[in-house]
Design a protein around this ligand. Structure first.
Ligand code: XUL
Ligand code: CO
Length: 440
C-alpha cells in the first residue's frame, strides 16, 4: 500500500518556540503532568465521519475538499482507501483511537443485509490495520438520522417498521464495535425529538427510546460488551427540540428508566453551548453524578446559533474542561475530535493543521488546569466560601439533622444575618489569567 499523505511527515513535538506548522508546540506525548504522561490524560480519537468522509458540502454549496483518495466514491474500494488514509493519518499524528458510525465505514446499500455484509468485510480490514498499528476503537455508533426513513426519529419514530430498522442498525453497530474492541457505544439522538407537539406523544416516544436502549444493553452484554454506553446530549439541530437536551436532562431520563448503571455521558462542547450552558457546566453536571464518560472535543462560534463543529482553539475552554476532567479523576473514554475543517480549508495540510491545533489546545489546557489545581487558591477559596457549614448550625444542616421550625426560630432570634461573603469572581478570573499568561 502506497503512502497517501506524501508531503506530510510524522508530526514531531518541537515545543512552543517552533514555527513549523507541521509540529506540535504543546502536545508532548510522554511529558508527565500530575503523575501521568500526556498521552494517558488525553486519549485522542479521530472522528471517521468528519475527517475521512465530509468534504465541505454545506446548505449552500458542494464539496471543496477531495476525499476520494483516488477511488470512486461510494465503492468498497473507496471505503478501504479511507481505512488506509485514516490509519496513516492517525499514525502520523500519534492519535491512538478512532470513532465511527456504521455508514461512515461503508456505503449504505438499499438492502440492510448487503450493508451488513459490507460492514463485515470492512471491519475485517480495519481489524488488520488495528493489529498492525496498535490503534484502537474508542466508540462506535449507528447513524439513525441520515436515511429518510428516520425523518421522525429512530427510537422515537411513529412507525413500528422503522423502529425495527433502528434496532437492526444498533445490533449490527454493536457487533462491529465489539469486534473492534470499542471502549464505548454512543447514542446521539439526532432526530429523537420533535418539530411540533401538535403531532407528538412525548411520553410514548420517550418510552420507546428507553426500550430500544434497554434492548441494546441486553444484547451488548450478551455478546461480551463490557464498556460504557453513552448518551451524547444535544438540545436541537436537526430537530427543533431533542429529548437529550443536556446532561441534566439525559441523566434524569436514564435514572427514570433504570439505565443509569450502563450509561454515561459523552459531552460535546458545541452541544453544551447550544443548550445555553458552558462546556464546563455539562462536564461538571456529568461528573458530580458519576457519569462523565467521554468527550466530543470541538467548539462552537459565539456569533452562530448552530453546531459549527470547529476544532478546539479556545484555551480558556480547554483549560476549564481539563480542570473538570482532572478533578473527576480522568475519563473512562477519550477525546474524540468531532470537528471539521472550515470549508475554505480544503487541503491535506489543513487536515493535519486542524488536529495539531486541537491536540495542542488540549495539551495546553491540561498543563494550565494542572497548574490551577496545584496553585490551590481556587480550591481554598471555595472551601472558605462554604465554611459556615463546617460547624454549629451549618454542620447540623449538612447532616440533615434540622427541622424547618428550628431554623425559623434561629432566624427570628438573629433578626437579620450578615451578608454572605463576596463571590470574588473577578479575583478568581484574574488567578486564571495569571496561571494562563503569567510567564509572559
Ligand atoms: C452531531 C454529533 C454526532 C455524534 C455521533 O451533532 O455530534 O456526530 O457525535 O453521532
Ligand atoms: Co458528537
Amino acid at each position: 500500500m502506497s503512502e497517501i499523505f506524501k508531503n506530510i511527515p510524522v508530526i514531531p513535538y518541537e515545543g512552543p518556540a517552533s514555527a513549523n506548522p507541521l509540529a506540535f508546540k504543546y502536545y508532548d506525548a510522554d511529558r508527565v503532568i500530575m503523575g501521568k504522561p500526556m498521552k494517558e490524560h488525553l486519549p485522542f480519537a479521530m472522528a471517521w465521519w468528519h475527517n475521512l468522509c465530509a468534504a465541505g458540502t454545506d446548505m449552500f454549496g458542494r464539496d471543496t475538499a477531495d476525499k476520494s483518495f483516488g477511488c470512486e466514491k461510494g465503492s468498497m474500494e473507496h471505503a478501504k482507501a479511507k481505512v488506509d488514509a485514516g490509519f496513516e493519518f492517525m499514525q502520523k499524528l500519534g492519535v491512538n483511537y478512532f470513532c465511527f458510525h456504521d455508514v461512515d465505514i461503508v456505503p449504505e446499500a438499499d438492502d440492510i443485509k448487503e450493508t451488513n455484509r459490507r460492514l463485515d468485510e470492512i471491519s475485517d480490514y480495519i481489524l488488520e490495520k488495528m493489529n498492525a498499528t496498535g490503534i484502537k476503537c474508542l466508540w462506535g455508533t449507528a447513524n439513525m438520522f441520515s436515511n429518510p426513513r428516520f425523518m421522525n426519529g429512530a427510537g422515537s419514530t411513529n412507525s413500528a417498521d422503522v423502529y425495527c430498522f433502528a434496532a437492526a442498525q444498533v445490533k449490527k453497530a454493536l457487533d462491529i464495535t465489539v469486534k473492534l474492541g470499542g471502549k464505548g457505544y454512543v447514542f446521539w439522538g439526532g432526530r429523537e425529538g420533535y418539530e411540533t407537539l401538535l403531532n407528538t406523544d412525548v411520553k410514548f416516544e420517550q418510552e420507546n427510546i428507553a426500550n430500544l436502549m434497554k434492548m441494546a444493553v441486553a444484547y451488548g452484554r450478551s455478546i461480551g460488551f463490557t464498556g460504557d454506553f453513552y448518551i451524547e446530549p444535544k438540545p436541537k439541530e436537526p430537530m427543533k427540540h431533542q429529548y437529550d437536551f443536556d446532561a441534566a436532562t439525559a441523566i434524569g431520563f436514564l435514572r427514570q428508566y433504570g439505565l443509569d448503571k450502563d450509561f454515561k455521558m459523552n459531552i460535546e462542547a458545541n452541544h453544551a453551548t447550544l443548550a445555553g450552558h458552558t462546556f464546563q457546566h455539562d462536564l461538571r453536571i456529568s461528573a458530580i453524578n458519576g457519569m462523565l464518560g467521554s468527550i466530543d472535543a470541538n467548539q462552537g462560534d459565539y456569533l452562530l446559533g448552530w453546531d459549527t463543529d470547529e476544532f478546539p482553539f479556545d484555551v480558556y475552554e480547554t483549560t476549564m474542561c481539563m480542570y473538570e476532567v482532572l478533578k473527576a479523576g480522568g475519563l473512562t473514554g477519550g477525546f474524540n475530535f468531532d470537528a471539521k475543517n472550515r470549508r475554505p480549508s480544503y487541503t491535506v495540510e489543513d487536515m493535519f493543521h486542524a488536529y495539531i491545533l486541537g491536540m495542542d489546545a488540549f495539551a495546553l489546557g491540561l498543563i494550565k488546569a494542572a497548574k490551577l489545581i496545584e496553585d490551590g487558591r481556587i480550591d481554598a477559596f471555595i472551601k472558605e466560601r462554604y465554611a459556615s457549614y463546617s460547624e454549629g448550625i451549618g454542620a447540623k444542616i449538612r447532616a440533615g439533622e434540622t427541622t424547618l421550625e428550628e431554623l425559623a426560630a434561629r432566624a427570628e432570634a438573629m433578626g437579620a444575618p450578615a451578608l454572605p461573603g463576596s463571590g470574588r469572581q473577578e479575583y478568581l478570573e484574574s488567578i486564571v489569567n495569571s496561571v494562563l499568561f503569567g510567564g509572559c
